[in-house]
Design a protein around this ligand. Structure first.
Ligand SMILES: Cc1cc2nc3c(=O)[nH]c(=O)nc-3n(C[C@H](O)[C@H](O)[C@H](O)COP(=O)(O)O)c2cc1C
Length: 330
């Protein structure tokens, strides 16, 4: 390959990654690893050090996030006029999931580069009100037959979130892992991944307080005297308004078979199309994965929705414009 063609290929790979890198991932770990292989092909895998082995031991969120990235990559390829299709690989030993392969025509999608750049998670206050039925129907249609979408009222799910938050903040190992991805001290060098105080909707003071109480020494002292309850109580307002919670489900029935990694990845693609559709209508999403991470609340949620939940999030119009989250590829 000539030096010029190598430069072009590199520029293409960089442009695809910059755009697709706007995909969402749990704790903003951005676990994806894209490697050019062959002529115009890209292999997608993940970085072991960007997994969440404590909080996400089944790799549900890992594969949902990688699925979202696959969809974002295909949308980016269409937006940039690079005709690519996706082919499964599934080599878990090498941590490789799919390959993007040159093909005859661009990926057919309604989404654009502006959609990739515009979608955001929002964790602050939402304007009260239910998600309109036609917007929900559009989000459900965007799944394209992968899984199901349930919707319910925020207040009905609020007790589950309280219980899940107490579980989350009461588990020292989950908290230690979460701390690794919190960027609450405003250190610029550490700001290309993880969750900044701004992204979490915290004021500077709130960010400092959270940082202080989750430090191992403080946490050890404060946990026995009710830290988990206090932190859960501080986020109690999250679902105490009249709004909508949406659940992405796998299969039919609460006891349906555990989906394979490849199936979870497909659900992640659907989830991303669903979030992007909502974003187009001006609705932001706030995932509440702890409700599924905690076994007890996952069972209660499965009973409520009548199927196996894979992702749960509130949806609404944010009162304040949500911040643009950081990326390693920006
Ligand atoms: C599978 C998955 C699970 C997530 N779980 C949570 C969660 O439990 N709580 C939360 O606040 N955000 C959650 N998020 C949102 C990410 O933190 C967010 O996508 C990331 O910080 C990047 O920000 P952005 O979505 O605004 O681009 C989740 C995202 C994905 C893809």
């Amino acid at each position: 390959m000539s030096a010029e063609r190598i430069r072009d290929a590199r520029a293409e790979g960089d442009a695809l990654l910059r755009l697709a890198g706007r995909a969402p991932s749990a704790h903003n770990t951005q676990p994806w690893r894209v490697r050019p292989v062959g002529t115009g092909e890209y292999e997608l895998g993940w970085h072991a050090e960007r997994e969440l082995p404590v909080g996400d031991p089944t790799r549900r969120d890992l594969f949902l996030g990688l699925g979202a990235f696959v969809e974002a990559y295909l949308i980016a390829s269409a937006a940039l006029g690079v005709p690519l299709r996706v082919e499964p690989v599934w080599d878990v030993e090498r941590r490789v999931v799919v390959r993007f392969v040159p093909t005859g025509a661009c990926y057919p999608t309604a989404f654009t580069a502006a959609d990739l750049r515009g979608r955001r998670s929002a964790r602050g206050a939402y304007v009260p009100g239910e998600l309109p039925a036609e917007v929900f129907a559009g989000a459900a249609a965007a799944l394209g037959g992968v899984g199901g979408l349930w919707r319910g009222g925020t207040r009905a799910v609020a007790p589950l979130l309280d219980q899940a938050d107490r579980w989350l903040f009461g588990d020292g190992e989950v908290v230690a892992e979460l701390r690794q991805w919190l960027r609450l001290r405003g250190d610029r060098g550490l700001r290309a991944d993880g969750l900044t105080g701004e992204a979490l909707g915290l004021s500077r003071v709130e960010g400092r307080v959270l940082d202080a109480v989750l430090r191992p020494a403080a946490y050890r002292v404060l946990r026995p005297v009710g830290l988990a309850r206090a932190l859960a109580a501080s986020s109690r307002g999250v679902l105490r308004y009249d709004g909508t919670v949406v659940v992405l489900t796998a299969g039919a029935g609460a006891g349906s078979a555990v989906p394979s990694a490849a199936e979870v990845l497909e659900h992640g693609r659907g989830l991303f199309r669903c979030w992007s559709t909502l974003a187009r209508h001006g609705y932001a999403t706030h995932p509440l994965s702890q409700v599924i991470d905690c076994d007890l609340t996952a069972q209660r949620l499965a009973g409520m929705v009548g199927a196996r939940p894979l992702a749960v999030f509130r949806v609404g119009r944010p009162v304040h414009e949500p911040v643009r989250s950081v990326r390693r590829s920006d």
